[in-house]
Design a protein around this ligand. Structure first.
Ligand code: UD1
Ligand code: CA
Length: 454
């Protein structure tokens, strides 16, 4: 039977105390809703309908590329009301899976179990929690059958003691869904149309209700507050760390790595503590990353080493390179194989050819650096004249003396030597030493100034 997925994402999330709609808050560097949509996609649904309301344009804008049917719930009158808005978008012939946009870590396999369990009836997903506070509780009758779900705000003290909670996910046939939604009311503590009332209606109609329990509490954890989001972020990072360990990556401490995007690793990669990976990062075989590094949208070739405290963004690093400690690669930095970029060196929109080295205190911006070039300590490419950026070209096998200032546009021809402290604003000839600085003089008979008493 075809499957349609409805995702509820219209709520403001008052308890977040935020201007950002709740489903856009980030978990592992991506919006909560993105995680839910991933799970839906894995099920191969026919339609994915997202009910949005609060921050409508912002939410839609964040998922502009996705194949989603958007439904507006202008007023948030409850989860049952929200699903009702989505009914016109789904086929009447299929199976419906309802997901909550604020419950992000559900595994596709668990959802598959839920859909299978529904059969001709209704299936709800539940979990036993040590601390069930805030969730709807699953009330079972004397013979253990699910009878209804009661929201915490409506629950009697004995019901609040129940530890089996409603995760919020449901699967059932589209026809039954439409029939029951038309019957739910809002006579409850929150004056909302509760989706959870479907359970009571199913029981009344003698339709089978099955509860699919998941073991991992993180899978069903909802995000209603910043505290819950922070706790879930740790759960997510623990999952990511375990995935990396299982794939053969060494982590100095699995509790001290943050992956906010995707991290692909070759064989025998080793990552020290407190590193943050954002966007898409790939590390080749045997790459070592030292402590306290930040890598965003970076690829690192095999056998390269990124040393402590380096900050790399939008860059490509070749094989057998050494970067850092304290290196900064900004967008467009491209290092060929065997390049060394050392401490306090900043590289932006520049390419460094094979075997070139800039080991200390440099700014290399908008430059094309050839192979086997040595960039001395303190060398600066002056790429900006106050209005426009210009390029510096340093051809193969040049030696740039310490503290050289290369005023772009300028070309340092192959094999040039540049004397330390030179300010170069004209192209240099190949294979020659160019020195551009005031001649050193010492003045005989010079006396230091005398202090006058006042
Ligand atoms: C809901 C369930 C509760 C369950 C919990 C699991 C109901 C009545 N209660 O409670 O049993 O234990 O989730 O996390 O369903 N939403 C809309 N439109 C609305 C209201 C909500 O789209 O009018 C969306 C929200 O954006 C959110 C989701 O539905 O993504 C759940 O709403 P929320 O208000 O967080 O429900 P809970 O009180 O957490
Ligand atoms: Ca919630």
């Amino acid at each position: 039977m075809p499957l349609d997925v409805i995702v509820l994402a219209a709520g403001q999330g008052k308890r977040m105390r935020s201007r950002l709609p709740k489903v856009l808050h980030a978990l592992g560097g991506r919006p909560l809703l993105a995680h839910v949509l991933d799970a839906a996609r894995a099920l191969g649904a026919r339609n994915t309908v997202v009910v949005h309301g609060h921050g409508a344009e912002q939410v839609k804008g964040a998922f502009a590329e996705e194949k989603i049917q958007w439904v507006l719930q202008a007023e948030q009158l409850g989860t049952g009301h929200a699903v009702q808005q989505a009914l016109p978008c789904i086929g009447g012939d299929g199976e419906v899976l309802i997901l909550y946009g604020d419950v992000p870590l559900i595994r596709p396999a668990s959802l598959q179990r839920l859909v299978s369990a529904a059969g001709d009836g209704l299936a709800v997903m539940t979990a036993e929690l040590d601390d069930p506070r805030g969730y709807g509780r699953v009330v079972r009758n004397g013979s253990g059958k699910v009878e209804r779900i009661v929201e915490e705000k409506d629950a009697a003290p004995a019901e609040r003691a129940i530890r089996e909670i409603n995760a919020g996910f449901m699967a059932l046939g589209a026809r039954r869904l439409a029939g029951w939604l038309a019957q739910i009311g809002n006579q409850n503590a929150q004056k909302e149309y509760y989706l959870t009332d479907l359970v009571t209606l199913a029981v009344k109609d003698r339709v089978a209700v099955s509860a699919v329990k998941v073991e991992d509490a993180a899978e069903v954890a909802g995000v209603n507050s910043r505290r819950e989001l922070a706790a879930l972020e740790r759960a997510y990072q623990r999952r990511e760390a375990e995935r990396l360990l299982d794939a053969g990556v060494s982590l100095a401490d699995p509790a001290r790595i943050d992956v906010r995007g995707s991290l692909e690793c070759g064989d025998d990669v080793a990552i020290d503590v407190n590193c943050v990976f954002e966007g898409r990062v790939s590390l080749g075989a045997r790459v070592r990353v030292g402590p306290n590094c930040v890598l965003r949208d970076v690829s690192v070739g095999a056998d390269s080493e990124v040393r402590a405290f380096s900050h790399l963004e939008d860059s490509a690093i070749g094989e057998r390179c050494q970067v850092g400690p304290y290196a900064r690669l900004r967008p467009g930095a491209s290092l060929a194989d065997e390049v060394h970029v050392g401490n306090f060196v900043e590289v932006k929109a520049s390419r460094l050819g094979k075997g070139s080295k800039a080991n200390h205190l440099s700014y290399i911006g908008d430059a094309e650096v050839g192979a086997r070039v040595n960039v001395g300590a303190g060398t600066i490419t002056c790429n900006y004249d106050g209005a426009a950026k210009h390029r510096t070209i340093i051809e193969d096998e040049c030696f740039i003396g310490s503290d050289a200032t290369l005023v772009a546009p300028v070309r340092i021809a192959r094999g040039s030597y540049i004397g330390a402290g030179s300010t170069i604003n004209k192209d240099t000839p190949a294979g020659q030493l160019t020195v551009a600085r005031a001649r050193q003089v010492s003045l005989p008979g010079w006396k230091p100034p005398k202090k006058t008493k006042t």
